[in-house]
Design a protein around this ligand. Structure first.
Ligand SMILES: [Zn+2]
Length: 491
């Protein structure tokens, strides 16, 4: 009997110690008793989704377009669609919405054409298309199977199953931006698309705040996006907006090295000018595009520093940087190849996470290379530099084929702040941020407390003043409590 009691005591102490270790390595927010009841529903929905899959071949290990509709057909998707999600901190405006809906909104227009050679679409308004362009309404009307023709045309602008084994999926991904440009450049179609996207985030996806990575926006571009937000506000639909000014890290065809350096420096200075002009909307600068084919952060650091000197001299602030970095499979934490030090191309090493840290980035987009640099990761953690994690993007573009192995979890458990973001959901066919939450929950077995923590991170890491963040957090908490109450009614 005495032995049994000691054994039980030891077991209890052991369990307590184990619980303490778990809490230390996986800090999460505390749930109220009501939230814990909803968490039990959440766990049932997860189990139901897992039960629909083969354990040896789960959806999260498959190319997203193959299982996109499976994810969207789950009750877990509906639950996460309704959850108030705080802020989306990383999305590119031309690919922020729904290309299925974009196609359907223009395909009956008489000026909508398709070019089979370039796979491009275009609205011609008053201009006359050449013979290389085919009328989309006619293609649909004369097709034996109209639905199949629609699907085959949309396949050119949304990554689909057939793209799984492409040699260079980044090239296909970037070609899509060119193929839809002729639709989005049309004033009516482009405005309708962006309006619908914001409406979808605000109303259907329950997102309260969006930060766009916009390609070299003009003052008119900034006012266009703010105008969309204002028009939604006029209908009682609240969503707030910030814009990060972006340029490409590629050298464009025909561009010399000097041209490139001047363009990057000029863009960074333009970002500062727009920040001064729209201090409540434009929040900083970034460079993007495929890192392993573009200029390194190290190479561009002097251009960023020159722009920061300019912003300090002209406006009295240091240009904030929200950098796309660490989106690579190259080795890191080893000496750079000479070419990456003297030229714009990275060669075979990617040390961009080191430079993003030294440049004092406010946040880093992706940052998946940080998993290979534990010492640097601890510096990111202690300095509170957040990562904008984009799970579906990372999988479709080949960095993390099996999302169970995504570094977000070890990075999060190491104390690094992360948020969940959609990057380019129109091209992936995910059409919002909910699917990214679903894949994250299933791949990483996240609890409701984890999800709440990720959402609160997105608000705390937004490019806002402390007062603005408090206001956003307060309004999110009201929505969160309403969501919890509505789910309790289902019990
Ligand atoms: Zn991005």
């Amino acid at each position: 009997m005495t032995m049994l009691i000691i054994s039980l005591l030891l077991t209890t102490n052991y369990a307590d110690s184990r619980e303490a270790v778990l809490r230390q390595i996986a800090p999460i927010v505390e749930l109220s008793s009501e939230e814990m009841l909803v968490d039990s529903i959440f766990e049932e929905l997860k189990a139901d989704a897992v039960g629909q899959q083969e354990p040896w071949n789960p959806w999260v290990s498959q190319f997203f377009p193959l299982v996109r509709e499976d994810y969207m057909g789950t009750d877990l998707y509906e639950f996460l669609l309704a959850i108030p999600k705080g802020a989306v901190l990383h999305v590119h405006p031309s690919a922020m919405g729904d290309y299925f809906a974009l196609f359907d909104s223009v395909s009956s227009r008489n000026d909508c054409y398709f070019n089979p050679a370039s796979k491009s679409f275009r609205l011609f308004l008053d201009s006359i298309p050449g013979d290389e362009w085919l009328s989309v309404p006619q293609l649909l009307a004369t097709a034996p199977d109209q639905a199949a023709m629609r699907d085959s045309l949309i396949d050119y602008i949304v990554i689909d199953e057939s793209d799984e084994h492409l040699e260079d999926i980044w090239a296909e991904f970037e070609r899509i931006f060119g193929r839809v440009h002729g639709l989005l450049a049309d004033p009516d179609a482009g405005t309708h698309y962006i309006y619908q996207a914001f409406y979808n985030y605000a109303v259907n996806e329950n997102v309260q705040h969006i930060e766009l990575r916009s390609h070299t926006p003009s003052a008119g571009g900034v006012e266009f996006y703010q105008g969309i937000v204002d028009s939604l506000a006029g209908q009682g639909i609240d969503i707030t907006l910030r814009i990060v000014y972006c340029d490409s890290r590629y050298i464009y065809p025909g561009e010399t090295i000097d041209d490139f350096r001047n363009r990057i420096t000029g863009s960074m200075k333009s970002a500062a000018d727009l920040m001064a002009q729209y201090p409540d909307i434009v929040v900083g600068a970034d460079v993007y595009s495929e890192e392993d084919k573009g200029a390194t952060a190290f190479y561009m650091a002097p251009m960023m520093e020159e722009a920061r000197e300019y912003s300090m001299t002209e406006y009295g602030f240091e240009l904030p940087l929200y950098l796309h970095d660490g989106e690579s499979s190259f080795p890191t934490g080893v000496p750079d190849s000479p070419v990456s030090l003297t030229g714009p191309y990275p060669g075979t090493v990617n040390n961009n996470m080191i430079d993003a840290y030294l440049l004092g980035a406010e946040r880093v987009g992706h940052g998946i290379e940080l998993q290979k640099l534990p010492e640097l990761a601890s510096m990111y953690a202690s300095d509170g530099i957040p990562l904008e994690i984009c799970p579906i993007s990372n999988q479709v573009l080949g960095y993390v084929p099996d999302l169970r192995n995504h570094p977000a979890v070890p990075l999060m458990r190491s104390g690094i702040r992360i948020s969940i973001n959609p990057d380019d959901p129109a091209i992936f066919g995910s059409n919002g941020v909910t699917c990214d939450f679903v894949v994250a929950v299933l791949a990483w077995d996240l609890s409701l407390a984890d999800v709440k923590c990720l959402i609160m991170n997105s608000i705390e890491d937004a490019a806002m003043t402390e007062e603005e963040k408090t206001e956003l957090m307060d309004s999110w908490e009201l929505r969160w409590d309403e969501f919890i109450d509505s789910r309790l009614e289902d019990i």
